[in-house]
Design a protein. Structure first.
Length: 94
């Protein structure tokens, strides 16, 4: 599972670099809000393990999940598919 998370992180970086239109289209269809559960941040050095909150939330580094989730695949990889505060409205068109 760790390897899958690393590969997904690489996938996200590549999409942001070469397929930014896909990312923008998906983010526009995203609804909801972050529940601040910290599950998508497990393993990050900036996650406070006691409060499960980001220590640098207002000034997050470039590698963190500012755009998480881009799509449903992100949610599956990070194990938050059924309990993430975000969902995607696939009916909305640009």
């Amino acid at each position: 599972m760790v390897l899958l998370k690393i590969l997904n992180k690489l996938r996200r970086k590549i999409m942001l670099l070469i397929n930014k239109d896909y990312v923008i289209k998906k983010i526009v269809k995203r609804r909801g809000k972050c529940l601040k559960c910290g599950k998508c941040c497990i393993g990050c050095e900036y996650l406070n393990k006691k409060t499960r909150l980001c220590k640098v939330y207002k000034n997050r580094p470039n590698w963190c999940h500012k755009d998480f989730p881009i799509d449903e695949f992100d949610k599956v990889v990070f194990g938050v598919r059924n309990n993430c505060g975000y969902w995607f409205d696939e009916q909305k068109h640009l």
